[in-house]
Write a protein that binds this ligand. Structure first.
Ligand code: 0X9
Ligand code: ZN
Length: 710
C-alpha cells in the first residue's frame, strides 16, 4: 500500500477544538439551535493529498498558508484542511487533490465508540493478557511488575538508566529461564514499542508478547526451549512522556453518546491523542516535571513540541529524511542521542549482546529492514550507501516474519528516506539484525479489536500474526548461523568482558560509541558466549553496483469508460524467470482519478495483492513489483472518481544489468576480551570473529593467574 497518512491528527483535533469552542458555550446550557445551525455549516476537518508533480506546484502550495504536513512524496504533499476557507483556498489555487480522510473528528469519535462497546461486551479477549482495551502508562508498569511477581524465575523488571524529561521512570521486562542468575552468555532478543507517542498498538503487542512468553514457559515446548536459550528484553513504552500524554490528554468525545442523542453535536477536547514526539520543550534544557502537559495546552495538539525519537539515534544522524526544524514531526534533535529515550535504548543495546531486535510502530503493514536511505544516496564517506552486507540474511528473516503477519517485506527507504532511526544505528554499531514493524493497515491507534487481530493473526494469517513473527525473530536471535559464538574454559565465577570502542559516523561527522558487555563463568569453569560479530557492518567491504534496467517484454491494454466504484481486471502472465522488476503504468487523458492494484493469482484462484498505486487525482499511476515470480497476475484498474475515462495500461518486465561495479575496501575490527577476577584484569585478548563463526578462546593465562590469586 502507499503510505501517506502520517500527519498528526492532533493538529486537526486542536483546530477543531477552536472551531468547536464557538459551537459549544457549555455542554449543559448550550443553545441547541445555535449548535445545530452551526453544525450544519461546519466544515469537517479533512486530510487531503495534494498533487504536486512539479517544483512549481510545490512552491505554489507553499504560498497558500495551509497546514502542510511534512509527509510528502516526490509528487504529492499531504495537507490538513481545518476550515472551509482552507478548502476554498486550495480549490482556487487550481491544484488537484484527493480527500484521504473526509472527517477526522468523526473518525476518532467512531473509534472511541467502538472501543467502549468492545470493552463493555468483552470479559476476556483472546490475547495472552485477556485485555479488551488499550493500556495506560500505569497499566504497563503494573503489568510488568505483576508478571515478575507471578513468575520471578522467568521475569524481572529492570529500569532504564535515564528517567524521562518529565521525570518518569522507564521500565522494561527481562524474560528467560533463570532470569535472575548472572549473565550466562545467552543471546538477547530486544522488542520495543512506543517510540512514537500515538502508536498505541506498538506497545500493546510488545506487552502481549511478554505475557505470552511468561505464561507459556514450561507449557509450550517451543517457548520453553527458546527461553532456555535466550533472554528477551521488552521495553513496551520507550517514549513514556509522549505516550502518557497521547493516551490520557486527547481523544475526542462524541457527546451525543453521553447526552443520549441530545443537543450537542460533537465536542473535541484539546489534546495530544496524535502526538508523535517526546516532551523536549527547549533543546538542551530539562524542564520542571509536568511542563510538557502544561505547555502542550497552548500548542496545537502538542504537535510542535519535541524531538522525534526515531530520528535521534546516532547512526547517520542529521542526514536525509530527518528535519532540522524543532516544530517538524521528524525533528532530529540538537545532536545524536540528545534525548533520554534514545540514550536509554543505546545504553541497553551497548551493554547486552542483542543479536536481533524489533522496534514496533504503527502503521502500514510493513516489516522494514536497513537501510533507511536509498542505496544510490551518496553517504558521508563519499560512496553510495548501497545495501547492507547482511541484506540477504535480513531479507530472509523479513520474509519469514511477513509470511506470518502478511505484511510487506521491504527496506526502510522503500517507505521513505530516514536517518537516525533505531535499527540503522543498532545494526551498524553492533551487527545485530534490526527491524521496524509498521503494525496495522491504516490507523495510528485503531479500534482495539484490530490490535487482537494484529497479534494473533486474522483471516489467512489466523493463528500466526505478529505473535508468530516475534517468535521467528526470537528463533533468529538464538540461531548460531546468524551471530557468533566464543567458548572455552575460564576461572569459575570470573567476569568475562567484551569491549569495543569506535567512531560511529553521523551524516556530517562522527561520535564515539562504546559497547561493553559482560558474562559470568559458571561453576563448571566453562563458558559459551553468544555475541555479535567483531567487525561492524558499516565498515565492512562493499560492492557498489550501478545497474541499468533493460525492458524484456511490454504489453499494453486499452480500457474504456467504467462507472465510479467499479474496476476492470486485465490478466497478465509472467513466464520468464529471473525478472528483476514488473512495472505497471496506468495513464489516461483526462484529469480523472483511476487507481491501480496488482495481484498475484494463487493456485486456488484467490488473489494476493503485490502492488498498488492510488496516489493522485489526474496523475498517472505506477506500481513496481521487485523480483516477480512466474505465474498469473491480475492488473486491476479501479475507477475511483472518473466520469468518462479511457486509459492505457502497460505492463513491462525489466532485467537489471550491472553496468559498473566498484569494490569499496573494508576494515576488520576486533572485540577486546578481558578475563577478570576479584576486580583485576587477569588476561586480555583480541577476538576477531565473523557472523556465523564459532571460536575457541584460550584463557589459560587467566586460569593460571586466578590460581595464584588464591
Ligand atoms: O518515520 C518513522 O519513524 C517510521 N514510521 S512512523 O509512521 N511509525 O513514524 C518509519 C521508519 C522507517 N525507516 C527506518 N526504520 N529505517
Ligand atoms: Zn512510529
Amino acid at each position: 500500500m502507499i503510505y501517506r497518512s502520517r500527519r498528526s491528527l492532533a493538529v486537526i483535533a486542536a483546530a477543531l477544538t477552536t472551531a468547536l469552542l464557538g459551537l459549544t458555550p457549555s455542554v449543559s446550557t448550550g443553545s441547541a439551535e445555535a449548535v445545530e445551525a452551526d453544525t450544519d455549516t461546519a466544515f469537517a476537518p479533512q486530510l487531503v493529498t495534494v498533487d504536486t508533480p512539479t517544483r512549481a506546484d510545490k512552491q505554489l502550495l507553499q504560498t497558500l498558508g495551509l497546514d502542510l504536513t511534512e509527509h510528502a512524496g516526490h509528487d504529492y504533499i499531504e495537507v490538513v484542511l481545518h476550515t472551509g476557507s482552507d478548502a476554498a483556498v486550495l480549490k482556487e489555487s487550481g491544484l488537484t487533490y484527493d480527500v484521504r480522510i473526509g472527517n477526522l473528528l468523526e473518525r476518532e469519535a467512531r473509534n472511541n465508540r467502538a472501543n467502549a462497546a468492545y470493552a463493555a461486551a468483552t470479559l476476556q479477549s483472546p490475547l495472552p493478557s485477556g485485555r479488551d482495551s488499550y493500556r495506560t502508562l500505569p497499566d504497563y508498569n503494573d503489568d510488568m511488575r505483576q508478571l515478575a511477581n507471578i513468575r520471578p524465575n522467568i521475569a524481572k523488571v529492570f529500569d532504564l538508566p535515564h528517567p524521562s524529561l518529565d521525570g518518569k521512570a522507564v521500565h522494561g521486562i527481562e524474560i528467560g529461564a533463570n532470569v535472575r542468575a548472572p549473565e550466562d552468555g545467552r543471546p538477547v532478543f530486544l522488542l520495543m514499542g512506543l517510540h512514537h507517542a500515538r502508536e498505541w498498538p506498538s506497545g500493546e503487542l510488545a506487552m502481549e508478547f511478554a505475557y505470552d512468553l511468561v505464561k507459556n514457559y514450561g507449557q509450550d515446548a517451543r517457548i520453553t526451549g527458546l527461553l532456555d536459550k535466550a533472554r528477551v528484553l521488552i521495553v513496551p513504552v520507550v517514549n513514556v512522556d509522549g505516550f502518557d500524554l497521547s493516551r490520557t490528554d486527547g481523544g475526542l468525545v462524541d457527546l451525543r453518546e453521553v447526552d443520549d442523542g441530545g443537543t450537542v453535536s460533537i465536542l473535541g477536547t484539546p489534546g495530544n491523542a496524535y502526538k508523535r514526539k517526546n516532551c523536549r520543550v527547549v533543546d538542551g534544557q530539562d524542564t520542571p516535571d509536568g511542563t510538557c502537559r502544561a505547555f502542550s495546552a497552548t500548542s496545537p495538539g502538542g504537535f510542535g513540541i519535541g524531538i522525534d525519537p526515531n530520528r535521534n539515534y546516532g547512526g547517520f544522524w542529521g542526514g536525509p529524511g530527518a528535519s532540522a526544524t524543532f516544530a517538524d514531526p521528524t525533528y532530529r534533535g540538537a545532536g545524536p542521542f540528545s534525548e533520554p529515550e534514545t540514550q536509554n535504548i543505546r545504553e541497553l543495546i551497548s551493554s547486552r549482546q542483542v543479536t536481533t531486535m524489533i522496534s514496533n510502530h504503527t502503521f502500514s503493514n510493513l516489516v522494514l529492514r536497513p537501510n533507511g536511505v536509498h542505496p544510490d544516496t551518496i553517504g558521508p564517506d563519499g560512496n553510495p550507501v548501497g545495501n547492507p552486507p547482511d541484506e540477504e540474511g535480513m531479507r530472509a528473516l523479513g520474509a519469514e516474519m511477513t509470511a506470518a503477519n502478511g505484511y510487506r517485506n521491504i527496506h526502510g527507504w522503500e517507505l521513505y528516506d530516514t536517518t537516525g532511526t533505531t535499527e540503522d544505528w543498532s545494526y551498524n554499531a553492533t551487527g545485530g539484525f534490526g527491524f521496524t514493524f509498521e503494525i496495522g493497515p491504516d490507523e495510528f491507534h485503531p479500534p482495539f479489536p484490530q490490535v487482537i487481530d494484529e497479534y494473533l493473526g486474522a483471516g489467512e494469517y489466523a493463528g500466526k500474526g505478529n505473535r508468530e513473527a516475534y517468535l521467528d525473530a526470537l528463533e533468529n536471535a538464538v540461531d548460531t548461523a546468524t551471530h557468533s559464538v566464543i567458548r572455552g574454559s575460564a576461572p569459575k565465577g570470573a567476569t568475562l568482558r567484551l569491549r569495543k570502542q569506535f567512531a560511529t559516523p553521523t551524516w556530517e561527522s562522527s561520535f564515539t560509541d562504546t559497547l561493553n558487555t559482560t558474562m559470568q563463568v559458571g561453576d563448571n569453569g566453562r563458558f559459551t558466549w553468544h555475541i555479535n560479530q567483531s567487525t561492524r557492518p558499516v565498515v565492512q567491504e562493499k560492492l557498489v553496483e550501478i545497474t541499468e534496467d533493460k525492458p524484456v517484454r511490454s504489453e499494453t491494454y486499452q480500457g474504456g469508460p467504467t462507472t465510479i466504484g467499479q474496476h476492470v481486471d486485465h490478466p497478465f502472465t509472467i513466464t520468464e524467470t529471473g525478472i528483476d522488476v514488473l512495472q505497471v503504468d496506468l495513464d489516461w487523458p483526462t484529469p480523472d482519478d483511476l487507481d491501480l492494484e496488482v495481484y498475484k493469482k494463487n493456485a486456488d484462484g484467490s488473489l494476493t495483492q503485490v502492488g498498488s498505486s492510488g496516489n493522485f487525482v489526474g496523475e498517472k499511476e505506477r506500481a513496481e513489483i521487485a523480483a516477480p515470480a512466474t505465474g498469473d497476475y491480475v492488473l486491476r484498474v479501479i475507477n475511483f472518481a472518473s466520469t468518462s475515462p479511457t486509459y492505457d495500461l502497460t505492463a513491462t518486465l525489466f532485467d537489471s544489468t550491472v553496468v559498473s561495479s566498484e569494490e569499496v575496501p573494508g576494515l576488520i575490527e576486533n572485540w577486546t576480551l578481558t578475563c577478570e577476577k576479584g576486580g583485576q584484569v587477569l588476561q586480555q585478548v583480541p577476538v576477531i570473529i565473523d557472523r556465523g563463526e564459532q571460536a575457541k578462546i584460550d584463557l589459560s593465562t587467566c586460569i593460571n593467574r586466578a590460581r595464584n590469586l588464591r
